[in-house]
Design a protein around this ligand. Structure first.
Ligand code: ZN
Ligand code: ZN
Length: 262
């Protein structure tokens, strides 16, 4: 049985977990997913993420404004997020990024918000969590314009052609349940080729449950399925990949080493 898995990106503050949040966290631990990065998507949920993390030694919170919420990118939002991101217990800036697929917020708002988060992450020397959907060229352009920024391409859905650009930019690459889907051949190839020292796994719960839970509410326990799938792709043991991805997450987010209880 796998131990010591880190879910590098989940939203367990979501109201879909209000009924059974404690059980969800228990099931994660029972499945070997002992550590979770809890990601905020606006001011309110960033506060909720940090609050949840304050009660649990292996949960770590972040603060940011999701591209879907970029319509709320006002002076007041910037001030509040900056304050949250400066907190010592806030391990990353984000999530932020660009979503040209759903485009729920106007493009110029998404671009300004993303640029602002990149600069903030660099100035605070914290990693930035990047969401990018159908926006490869613009994402890369903004990342490259912010030299020295470090962070992660969360829920990386691109393929082997795009991958080297993000690797060259020094970003970590986090694979989600999407990599387990039939029809994800090109994303699977990227998961096979990604340099080991930059590789992470995540659920993005409550969204995007991996096979065999596709279509269900996603939860951090299922990160073990994605990890197993990526280990198979790469021809390495699940334990090895668990150790490596947890060490990568600890380094990136500045977390203490994960002690695995037998
Ligand atoms: Zn996202
Ligand atoms: Zn997310």
């Amino acid at each position: 049985m796998t131990r010591g898995v880190t879910d590098s990106h989940c939203h367990v503050w979501w109201d879909q977990f209000d009924e059974d949040r404690d059980l969800v966290l228990q099931r994660a631990r029972a499945a070997g997913v002992e550590r979770m990065v809890v990601v905020g998507t606006d001011v309110e949920t960033s506060r909720a993420a940090l609050e949840l993390a304050a009660d649990d030694a292996e949960l770590f919170g972040t603060a940011g404004l999701h591209p879907h919420d970029a319509g709320k990118f006002t002076e007041a939002t910037r001030r509040a997020l900056e304050e949250l991101c400066q907190r010592e217990d806030c391990v990353a800036v984000g999530e932020t990024g660009l979503d040209w697929f759903k485009e729920w917020a106007p493009r110029d708002a998404q671009l300004s918000s993303f640029r602002w988060h990149l600069e903030l992450a660099r100035s605070l020397d914290k990693p930035v969590i990047i969401h990018s959907r159908e926006a490869h060229e613009d994402t890369l352009e903004l990342v490259q314009a912010c030299r020295g920024v470090r962070g992660v391409m969360h829920c990386f859905v691109m393929g082997p052609e795009e991958l080297p650009h993000y690797v060259d930019a020094g970003l970590h690459i986090s694979f989600s349940g999407i990599v387990t889907f039939k029809g994800s051949a090109s994303n699977q190839e990227a998961a096979r080729l990604c340099p080991e020292e930059l590789l992470l796994v995540e659920t993005d719960a409550p969204f995007l449950a991996p096979v065999p839970h596709r279509g269900e509410r996603n939860e951090p326990a299922f990160c073990a399925e994605t990890l197993r799938f990526v280990a198979d792709l790469r021809g390495v043991s699940v334990d090895h990949l668990s150790r490596v991805t947890s060490a990568n997450a600890a380094r990136l987010f500045g977390l203490p080493p994960l002690t695995v209880h037998a």
